[in-house]
Design a protein around this ligand. Structure first.
Ligand code: FES
Length: 158
C-alpha cells in the first residue's frame, strides 16, 4: 500500500470518538493531509458504508475542505466581527501584499496557502492570524509582514 493510502487509512480507522461519520472521517483526513484527495473519498465511503457520491456531497458542501494539496505553510487571517472591529482589514491588506496574492489562495511557488477565517477562536486577542495553526494575536500589519517574511514571503523573494 502506498504512503498516501496508508496515511488515509490510518486517519480514517483511528478516529478516537465513539461516533464516526462521513464528516468526522473527512476531518480526520484533512487533519492528516491538509486536503481530501480522491483516494480519501474512496476510503471514507467504504469505511462509512456510503457511496462515493455521498462523500463528495459532504466535501463539496463545506468550502473549507480543499481537494488539492496545500502550500508548505498555511496562513489564516481572521476577518470575523471581533477582528474586523479592531483592524483586521489593514492586516489582511498587509498579508495579501506580503504573499503577492490578490485574494486567498496558494502562492505559485507552493510555499504558502492563505485562507480567510470567520473566527479563529481567539476574539479576545483580536486581530488574529495563524501560521501553521499557531495563533498570533493583536497582530499589526507590520508584524504580519515580518512574520510572513520568515516564511519566504515578501518582495525580496522570487
Ligand atoms: S472574530 Fe477573529 S478570532 Fe474571533
Amino acid at each position: 500500500m502506498d504512503g498516501l493510502k496508508e496515511r488515509i487509512r490510518k486517519a480514517v480507522h483511528n478516529q478516537p470518538q465513539p461516533t464516526v461519520t462521513i464528516l468526522s472521517s473527512l476531518l480526520a483526513v484533512e487533519d492528516e493531509l491538509g486536503y481530501i484527495p480522491p483516494e480519501a473519498v474512496d476510503e471514507v465511503a467504504g469505511f462509512n458504508r456510503a457511496t462515493i457520491n455521498d462523500v463528495w456531497a459532504v466535501v463539496s458542501f463545506y468550502p473549507n475542505f480543499r481537494t488539492t494539496p496545500p502550500g508548505q505553510h498555511r496562513v489564516e487571517v481572521c476577518w470575523g466581527p471581533s477582528c474586523h472591529l479592531v483592524g483586521a482589514m489593514p492586516v489582511i491588506a498587509a498579508v495579501l501584499e506580503a504573499v503577492g496574492l490578490p485574494a486567498e489562495g496558494d502562492t505559485p511557488d507552493g510555499r504558502l496557502s492563505l485562507r480567510y477565517n470567520t473566527c479563529l477562536g481567539a476574539c479576545a486577542q483580536a486581530p488574529v492570524m495563524s501560521i501553521d495553526h499557531h495563533l498570533i494575536g493583536r497582530i499589526t500589519p507590520e508584524q504580519a509582514r515580518n512574520r510572513l517574511a520568515d516564511y519566504g514571503a515578501g518582495p525580496a523573494t522570487e
